[in-house]
Write a protein that binds this ligand. Structure first.
Ligand code: NAD
Length: 362
């Protein structure tokens, strides 16, 4: 089986006539793989695993759903029959380490609450499995470093579930700065929504590590970093809270500014109470805008030259195929653990800036 450029374009679906060839997102070469698909075990069968990742794994070309890890026997039974998963590939959180003996599982995909990423990534690495880990990679820089270290010692690859790295609109955002004048680069990035159930783990500091910033602000940080193509030198952040009861443990709304080498600046917003979904990039003579910017699908874009019309892709399927291609062909990924670590460095600086009321070096 070859994962060719033609096949990739086909997976992009209908409407590819609208796509300018120069803008097609491509995998790093080589694109060849053997005839074996990588077996992926999902750990944590919550919303994202159930409604996005498992269906996406029915569309992937280089990997497939081979196992599950869950604490709920009823879910195990449901998934076993729905996806035809053999009983020998079903684990719980206690016997998970036995996965080391399972040759049909090559990759462990950690889709648990944020505080559990650190433990399960390290356990997966010790079991000799490559790891896909959901964002945010962990709760702290220290945890990220330990995860990277564990994967490196075990000789396995670690990727973070940054699905937008696979999206054509965001690939275009990454390229925008390089395509014309190199003057002033300003980025505005905003991601927020109104969060429901006040009892969910996302509002508990021990499980989530933080609020809107950890969950949604990370997209705005990512977008600013990959649009500007440099690492921020310093941040200044402000926090706002309208519901101190609901958001007793975590942040509700944060605004922050980042300064980049060369004088580039970004201004960002994240919130668990007010919807926002926008990426705007400005250079001296050109601009680029995505709104909505961060959805699974339905991203809309325009530049000073007109509308952007990329076909809709299954971000999660392309993400997992891209990661699998990196494993099969031993290629570095732009969504590796090192990328996850960079975002946690920025997040720690943002929280410190709020605490100190001053500008903080990243
Ligand atoms: P969820 O609450 O729907 O699912 C969490 C799963 O973890 C559930 O199956 C639950 O049973 C299990 N779990 C195990 N121990 C738990 C505990 N102590 N408390 C709560 N649940 C526990 O969450 P989700 O939306 O699927 O998010 C899971 C991860 O995926 C998070 O890290 C989140 O940030 C990430 N995520 C990423 C995206 C993306 O677009 N990349 C989208 C959604 C979620």
């Amino acid at each position: 089986m070859k994962y060719t450029r033609r096949k990739f374009v086909k997976t992009l679906g209908a409407g590819s006539a609208l796509l300018m060839l120069s803008a097609i997102p491509t995998f790093s070469e080589p694109l060849f793989t053997g005839d074996k698909k990588l077996g992926v075990a999902l750990v944590g069968l919550g919303n994202y695993a159930t409604h996005e990742l498992a269906p996406a794994l029915q569309e992937t070309s280089l990997c497939y759903l081979s196992g599950i890890v869950t604490g709920t026997p009823a879910k195990a039974e449901r998934w076993r029959s729905q996806y035809n998963i053999p009983g020998s590939n079903i684990y719980n959180y206690e016997n998970f380490d036995k996965i080391i003996d399972n040759e049909s599982i090559d990759v462990v995909y950690v889709v648990l609450p944020n505080s559990m990423h650190h433990e399960f990534v390290i356990r997966a690495a010790k079991a000799g499995k490559h790891v896909f880990c959901e964002k945010p990679m962990a709760l702290s820089v220290k945890e990220c470093e330990e995860m990277i270290d564990a994967c490196s010692k075990a000789g396995v690859k670690l990727f973070v579930g940054y699905r937008l790295h696979s999206d054509p609109y965001h690939k275009a955002a990454m390229k925008f700065r390089a395509e014309g004048d190199s003057g002033i680069l300003y980025v505005q990035s905003e991601f927020g929504f109104k969060i429901g159930d006040p009892t969910q783990w996302r509002l508990k500091k021990a499980l989530a590590g933080g609020g809107a910033m950890m969950d949604l602000g990370i997209y705005a940080i990512q977008a600013a970093r990959y649009s500007i193509g440099k690492e921020p030198q310093s941040v200044t952040a402000q926090e706002y809270k309208t519901d101190p009861q609901k958001f007793a443990e975590v942040d509700e709304t944060i605004t922050w500014q980042m300064e980049f080498p060369g004088g580039h600046v970004s201004n960002s917003y994240t919130s668990y109470s007010t919807p926002a979904n926008n990426l705007y990039i400005s250079t001296e003579r050109r601009w680029f805008n995505l709104m909505p910017a961060f959805n699974y699908g339905g991203i809309e874009g325009r530049t000073n030259e007109g509308e952007l019309n990329f076909p809709r892709i299954n971000q999660q399927a392309v993400q997992m195929d891209t990661f699998s291609n990196c494993i099969i062909n031993n290629i570095e990924s732009d969504a590796s653990g090192k990328e996850g670590l960079k975002d946690l460095k920025v997040i720690e600086a943002i929280y410190k800036s709020i605490e100190n009321g001053s500008k903080v070096k990243v």
